[in-house]
Design a protein around this ligand. Structure first.
Ligand SMILES: [Fe+2]
Length: 180
């Protein structure tokens, strides 16, 4: 029996093969996120940091399940020139966008939006930087699609605007915890 999450991956491969910009990606992610639970075998939480769990990676994209315990959050980051979609699988996830810094100084905060299960957010470097976290006091799970895969991104200090390169790691691959 095929898993819905594998069918989603196949649909996404077909979509990116048809259209490199992936115009139907948000719709495909929203349909999956609202209807299915088989992502749970990729859902590993850790007390010290949110986790990045790889579901699929190919020439077009990588797809990850991110698990957020209460109080955990991403750094403010960019997306290495790639397209990023985030579908909500569980809980409510909050996204705060920041303007790309021109020179030094504190980052300018633009807007905060909250997304519930089945909703999909999209961002690219043309739009903004962002920080992602679950709603206050709650955990959450989100499905991230990066086209193309992102191995290194930039993270930004909110107060100084200082930039660091960050190498992306997987906490698990295909449901199996990564050994460190
Ligand atoms: Fe992001």
């Amino acid at each position: 029996m095929s898993e819905p999450i594998r069918e989603l991956v196949e649909s996404l491969v077909a979509e990116f093969t048809r259209d490199a910009r992936g115009r139907k990606v948000a719709q495909l992610l929203a349909q999956y996120a609202a209807a299915h639970e088989d992502w749970r075998r990729f859902g590993h939480f850790q007390p010290d940091c949110y986790t990045r769990n790889l579901v699929a990676r190919n020439e077009h994209f990588e797809m990850l399940v991110l698990c957020w315990s209460a109080g955990q959050e991403s750094p403010i980051h960019d997306h290495a020139g790639q397209n990023c979609w985030m579908g909500i699988l569980d809980g409510v996830i909050e996204e705060t966008q920041f303007a790309l810094p021109r020179g030094g100084g504190p980052l300018e905060e633009l807007a905060t939006r909250a997304f519930a299960r089945g909703k999909v957010a999209y961002i690219s470097d043309d739009i903004a930087l962002h920080r992602v976290r679950p709603a206050a006091g709650q955990s959450g799970v989100s499905l991230h699609l990066y086209s193309k895969p992102i191995d290194v991104c930039r993270i930004f200090d909110r107060q100084s605007g200082k930039v660091l390169e960050k190498t992306m790691l997987y906490h698990s691959v295909d449901g199996v915890p990564a050994v460190r």
